[in-house]
Design a protein around this ligand. Structure first.
Ligand code: BGC
Length: 737
């Protein structure tokens, strides 16, 4: 007995020690979890531990906005969210209905047309940081944006989500957005790759175009996203290119994106964009997302198992018709993305709907608003001069963060233009609706039940009784307006706004028009209004930003990221037959080729209503003393164009200097000029600054279809220093050898 007690007492320290060791021993992390190891080795290690079924499970959706991880190995699911101008509210697991959470009301940032209109990459950076923080806070691994499809026609219902008509501007603006989003451990997903330049027939239209147009116009912003911003995911587009859907398109995905640009991230389908297992397996797709069994329409139990990259893919792998290396490549890419995002223990924690983010939204909105006309003395609107200010137009009160399709947002706050103007001008404001568009609805337009004549008559009465009228109109986010899933039906303003404006102009000469659109519109009344402001979809702080610009608290400094043609037939895509736009429902041929936007207007000498790059200020600037650092350049050199900008007016403001390049005596067709550099400079009244805009000689190249490569010819080039595509101030010849 004593002996037993003695033995136990002797053992006690040993037990104690082992217990302590057990309690304190760190569990050994599996190799792939240990962030001290190089990423590629972790990916290899995780892959080596996975079954074929687990690899396939990574490659397709498990719910509307998520795909599986590897639960057995502790590798988390991938959660995605739209994008691109705010983090979308939560959607139910397997239906498109909202989940009705109460903690997902976000900051609505201005739509990307507005961001592009700032012509300020610093705005892209603060925007990307803020929206990335919101996505991170909401635990999203992938933010479905930004979008960089080129603005080809003002009819495209989705232009508002993109960055305009110029590949250089879109490239410069998209890179900082992506870099800053991804610093949050959230993958940006640049979309829709590629040639999704219209919504009509987007699911199947087969786009035909030359290699030159593809390379020079439609791909550069995607290329910059991949090679410069190192984006972690790319979304394929719905349409076809050369007979294959873009979500599994050998040329676009395997050859260009993955081989040529060395993209190491994941290709995600647009929702329901996959159509065939073998193509999905072999043509570069990594994750198939969708909305039902066939991706587009139906939803059945276990729909996700029937996806092209689910059980049918597994079958092909088991049969050996698809080699295992194919799924290994896809799974490696997905693991890499998961390690970069959800499994990055050092990623910041994010923040959501904060006052700081509201400030970012407002700043970008204020910098992106474009003053297009100001011939009278109306703007900036001096409240002391007027007793009665009429605000007319449905867009003054309409919530514009809602609608538009997948970019629809549930904002924490949205200041309407009317609210912003009331805060600024108080009880001097008298509001009338003027026109009525109907309730928000997706996929169809529901007309308003209000009587258009009486709504208009009432507004004309209010306008007649006022000293000044602020008309807030434009398009909205309904079907056939600025909205996914359909194109516009007319270039004119909808809902009788042209007639309304005509009647208002008969009773009041002091009219300021504020257009809220993501697209150019016809303006038959332009000569009769005194001021015109292009105000985009501005998000949470819309009304405050508009009021700051109209009142002069902020001096407008945005410039157009696309051309406003006088009439639709002046636009390149509308200058040929129907096959050029919208196509015959099967094919569409881009007959305008490389001459898109201002490239078309310049080369064909068609005066636009407002040129690409155009925008006014409440102050004036002069540009002087332009000079290149040399006269002759080698092909790997950079031209340094130096010049001075002076603010010659009485207010602080910003000018955006633009450099367009012309090739003289080119052996192939070249646009009259192309944007290759720009700089936005803020100057106090009277201040001047000497600036340098670098222009890379390699950026002066065209795509040589004979060699399938970029080519810079030797010879004479001209640098056009301009304040818009329509206003060249100086031309400077240089030689390239
Ligand atoms: C859109 C994408 C979007 C996706 C998910 C699609 O209809 O084209 O841009 O990210 O839906 O909502």
């Amino acid at each position: 007995m004593y002996q037993r007690i003695y033995r136990m007492l002797m053992l006690f320290p040993v037990l104690l020690l082992t217990g302590t060791l057990v309690l304190h021993a760190q569990p050994v992390k599996p190799f792939y979890m240990d962030e001290n190891h190089p990423l590629e080795e972790r990916v290899k290690n995780a892959l080596s531990l996975m079954t074929l079924e687990e690899k396939v499970a990574l490659c397709h959706a498990q719910s509307k906005f998520s795909s599986k991880g590897v639960p057995r190995l502790g590798i988390p699911e991938v959660w995605m969210s739209d994008g691109p101008h705010g983090v979308r509210e939560e959607i139910l697991w397997d239906s498109w209905n909202e989940a009705k959470w109460t903690n997902d009301s976000c900051t609505a940032f201005p739509a990307l047309t507005c961001l592009a209109a700032t012509w300020n990459p610093e705005m892209s950076a603060i925007y990307g940081k803020a929206v990335g923080e919101e996505a991170r806070y909401r635990n999203k691994s992938v933010l479905l944006g930004p979008g960089v499809n080129i603005y080809r026609t003002p009819m495209n219902g989705r232009n508002f989500e993109y960055m305009g008509e110029d590949p250089y501007l879109a490239s410069r603006m998209v890179v900082p957005y992506i870099v800053e989003v991804q610093k949050n451990g959230v993958a940006a997903c640049v979309k829709h790759y590629a040639l999704n330049n219209q919504e009509i027939w987007r699911g199947h239209i087969n786009v035909e175009l030359s290699d030159r147009a593809l390379r020079e116009i439609y791909l550069p912003a995607f290329k910059a996203a991949v090679t410069e911003a190192k984006v972690w995911s790319v979304m394929g587009s719905y349409n076809q290119f050369r007979g294959e859907h873009c979500c599994h398109n050998d040329i676009l995905l395997n050859k260009i994106l993955k081989q040529e640009w060395r993209f190491d991230g994941t290709v995600i389908t647009d929702w329901g964009g996959a159509h065939n297992t073998m193509q999905a397996a072999l043509n570069g797709l990594d994750i198939e997302m969708g909305t039902g069994t066939d991706g587009m329409t139906r939803s059945v139990k276990n729909a996700y198992d029937n996806y092209y990259l689910a059980l049918p893919f597994l079958d092909e792998l088991k049969k050996g018709t698809v080699p295992e290396s194919v799924v290994n490549d896809k799974a490696s890419r997905i693991l890499r993305m998961i390690f970069r995002t959800a499994m990055n223990s050092k990623r910041p924690i994010g923040s959501f709907a904060s006052p700081e983010h509201a400030k970012v939204a407002r700043k970008v909105a204020e910098e992106g608003i474009v003053l297009l006309k100001n011939t009278g003395n109306l703007l900036p609107l001096d409240a002391s001069k007027y007793q009665k200010i009429a605000v007319i137009g449905e867009n003054a009160t309409r919530k514009m963060s809602a609608g538009g399709g997948s970019s629809n947002l549930k904002p924490h706050l949205e200041i309407s233009p009317l609210k912003g103007l009331q805060t600024k001008y108080g009880s001097k404001i008298n509001y009338a609706m003027g026109y009525a568009s109907g309730p928000p609805a997706y996929g169809r337009a529901i007309p308003s039940k209000l009587n258009a004549d009486s709504v208009r008559t009432e507004a004309v009465k209010v306008a007649g009784a006022a000293d000044v009228v602020i008309f807030v109109g434009g398009l909205n986010k309904n079907h056939n307006q600025d909205c996914e899933g359909g194109d516009r039906l007319s270039y004119n303003l909808p809902f009788g706004q042209d007639q309304l404006l005509n009647e208002i102009l008969k009773v009041n000469k002091n009219v300021v028009v504020v257009l809220i659109t993501g697209n150019a519109v016809a303006m038959p009344w332009i000569d009769r209004v005194q001021a015109l402001v292009q105000a985009w979809y501005l998000g949470s702080e819309a009304g405050n930003a508009i009021a700051s610009v109209l009142s002069g608290d902020v001096n407008p400094s945005g410039k157009l990221p696309f051309t406003f043609p006088v009439k639709l037939s002046d636009n390149s895509a509308h200058s040929f037959d129907k096959l050029c736009y919208p196509g015959d429902s099967i094919r569409e041929v881009y007959k305008d080729d490389i001459l898109v936007g201002y490239r078309w207007h310049d080369t064909k000498k068609i005066m636009p209503l407002f040129a690409f790059g155009y925008g006014l200020s409440y102050t004036n600037f002069t540009i002087s003393a332009p000079q290149t650092d040399k006269k002759t350049y080698e092909k790997n050199e950079v031209v340094k164009l130096n010049f001075t900008v002076q603010n010659t007016g009485k207010l602080a403001g910003a000018e955006i200097a633009q450099v367009y390049v012309t090739q003289k005596n080119a052996p192939v067709l070249r646009p009259t000029k192309e944007l290759k550099g720009f700089k936005k400079v803020f100057l106090k009244a009277g201040e001047q600054q000497t600036l340098t805009i670098p222009v890379k000689v390699e950026d002066m190249a065209y795509w040589d279809e004979k060699t399938s490569n970029w080519k810079v010819d030797s010879g004479e080039f001209v640098l056009n220093l301009a304040t818009s595509a329509g206003d060249v101030k100086f031309t400077l010849p240089v030689q390239v050898k």
